[in-house]
Ligand binder design. Sequence first.
Ligand code: SAJ
Length: 423
Amino acid sequence: AVIGVVGLGYVGLPLAVEKAKAGYRVIGFDIQQKRVDMVNQGINYVGDVVDEELSQIVGDGKFRATTDYSEIAEVDAVAICVPTPLDIYQQPDTSYVEASAREIATGLHEGMLVVLESTTYPGTTEEVVRPILEEGGLKAGVDFYLAFSPERVDPGNKVYNTKNTPKVVGGITPTCTQVAAALYRNVLDGEVFEVSSPAVAEMEKILENTFRNINIALANEMTVLCNKMGIDYWEVVEAAKTKPYGFMPFYPGPGLGGHCIPIDPYYLTWKAREYKYHTRLIEVAGEINHYMPDFVVERTMKMLNRHGKPLNGSKVLLLGIAYKRDIDDMRESPALDIIRLLKKHGAEVWINDPHIPSVRLDGHTYHSRELTGELLEEADITLITTDHSSYDYQLIADKARVIFDTRNGMKEVASIRGDYEKI
Ligand code: SAJ
């Protein structure tokens, strides 16, 4: 059988590799010629994919990529793994999903399986994808199979990957569910959990990410209050973790980054309005998470003032720009909001990120500076905004004069020379 994967990003590429490793011939589709060329040269560009595995399956002719979507007519099954962002009005932007469905419709044939993997609001598979695919006269559940199966990729996670993470599948009909589940069982090691409809599968993914969003907001609200009360919330969480049941730790941070957790709940908020329902908890969580960059800058200002320095004109060094540790992705990274706020207050901003050489922001390019003792001594304050594992935290502890740590990155360090505070 020939399998298609539409969208060769951090979701699609690992999935295509696993399908090729399972013995299928895989055709990858992407609108970016650069990505297609890299795949066809066996060059990997996704951290979670093993370089040698990609070059092997490409070399063996098991996997190739193209921008020519007409080749979709050749595939027996296709997975849609394209972005589902918010548009400038904070509304769901399903245009990539719709465009992919239209391309697939041109090659749709009897017996073909189509699975949507992109995180989206409940109803998308039935109300958006299905009508586009049925335009040519073929019927979902009758002439071809249609299902939703949420991607569960945790970029940078060294334990859980595409192959071993359990998968949820919901088809338009029971047969669609079974056909989609059978394909995943041939490819993946994790449990394949069947549900009764695409909407259940779409909603369970939104639940997963909204659960994280809300609980991160709780951690953030708690740390803001604990700071006012003179309590170390990080110590509070460690104590709460001793509860062996019914508690799961979340940690405060400089804000909520990534292209999933800050965004997915608003797909649900938007859809809920159609049912005249107001998702208050999600919206309050968003307000709290969006406040954190301001809270970081307020705390930065207070620490500088304690040393007789205004924020205006001070040299502020940010360690870590990526939205979370050990990756190079800075989409929605709170560090970017913090840079904007610092500039607004007239601070001079220096950055360092071992995974990100430079950042283009509001017409200015910030280059990642080499992290040396001199740099740390020169900065009026050092912010730890992303706790990359590769940082030399002892060097930071020894050389930085003032440190504001938004990630508790210094937890392993014995002694800290300068003035130190945690978020
Ligand atoms: N964060 C906190 N405190 C926490 C946990 C996370 O401030 O306790 C921040 C992170 O620093 C980051 C943001 O929240 O800025 C999102 O973090 P994340 O760990 O949820 O990472 P993502 O968005 O890369 O991946 C998540 C997946 N992660 C986990 O479940 C651990 C998973 O929820 C989804 O598979 C994935 O989003 C997705 O693509 O939906």
